[in-house]
Design a protein around this ligand. Structure first.
Ligand code: SAM
Length: 265
């Protein structure tokens, strides 16, 4: 059972790089405060479906996601695995392993692409993701944005950054095709379990009546070692999911999302 909720944050954002910056930032601080020699981590459902979309400012000043040429396919859109790796590295932990578990083989194929490039936009992140932040938070977000594989930045201009994920990080990521509903997870095996915007696919509203969220949550919590962390988001919204069909054009306004980091007692 997960006890001792350390923090719960309202990020009020949609999907994309950095929307969980507060939890990953907090995780980094926790790892610095209570150093661990090594980390075994699990990220469930890392994939993101915005493969072809790029943020573009419309004449009315709003931001929208616009389909782009296929060249954008070469950018990896699975962020949490690498935000987690970045937190471990920033905390000085070199010995970490991350299992990325996804039901969709295309997601795993995307993560096999080399070079492993991630592209993100500060403007998009700030404006499209509805992060209504204080100046202090903006400053923190900026630092987070810049700290993401700082020394591996290939390009940075006008708020856009392209980062190449280094080979030593990639070698620590194990890709696993699996189904979090059907598969068992080894009990008390992971120091960190991350699962964001996956369970909402299985809430009552999306499955037409059967709520799988409690059973999957229990499975995820059981997989965390005592003293380990569980990061999740999405549990508080009731399931607009099927109505919006995860369409990029609408996802930015569709829900408020809490991101939590909990520590297992
Ligand atoms: C909406 S995306 C969320 C991506 C990312 N976690 C995020 O927060 O942006 C949902 C991801 O969960 C994966 N997924 C859906 N059902 C799953 C299941 N039963 N087992 C494992 N992965 C699943 C999808 O393939 C997809 O990669």
């Amino acid at each position: 059972m997960v006890t001792n909720t350390l923090r719960g944050w309202l990020t009020e954002t949609s999907t994309g790089f950095g929307r969980h910056y507060k939890v990953f930032h907090a995780l980094e601080k926790e790892l610095i405060k209570n150093p661990k020699g090594s980390l075994d981590c699990l990220v469930v459902g890392p994939g993101l479906e915005l493969h072809h979309a790029n943020p573009v400012k419309k004449p009315n000043g709003e931001w929208a996601l616009v389909e782009k040429a296929s060249s954008s396919k070469r950018y990896i859109n699975s962020y949490q695995v690498f935000e987690l790796a970045n937190a471990a590295r920033n905390a000085g932990i070199e010995d970490y392993y991350i299992t990325a578990l996804d039901i969709n083989p295309d997601v795993l194929d995307e993560m096999r692409k080399r070079p492993a490039l991630i592209r993100f936009y500060r403007d998009f992140w700030e404006k499209c993701h509805h992060i209504h932040a204080s100046l202090e938070e903006m400053d923190e977000m900026q630092q987070y944005f810049e700290s993401f594989f700082r020394s591996n930045t290939l390009y940075a201009e006008g708020g856009e950054r392209i980062v190449e994920i280094p080979d030593d990080v990639l070698s620590r990521v194990h890709l696993h095709e699996g189904d979090i509903l059907a598969d068992e997870l080894p009990p008390e095996s992971y120091d960190i379990v991350v699962c964001t915007v996956v369970l909402s696919h299985y809430s009552r509203e999306c499955t037409h009546g059967v709520d799988h969220v409690p059973e999957v949550m229990e499975k995820l919590c059981n997989a965390v070692k005592p003293g380990g962390f569980h990061i999740n988001s999405e549990l508080v919204f009731p399931g607009d999911w099927e109505h919006i069909a995860y369409s990029p054009g609408r996802s930015t306004t569709m829900h408020q999302q809490y991101a939590h980091m909990m520590q297992k007692g």
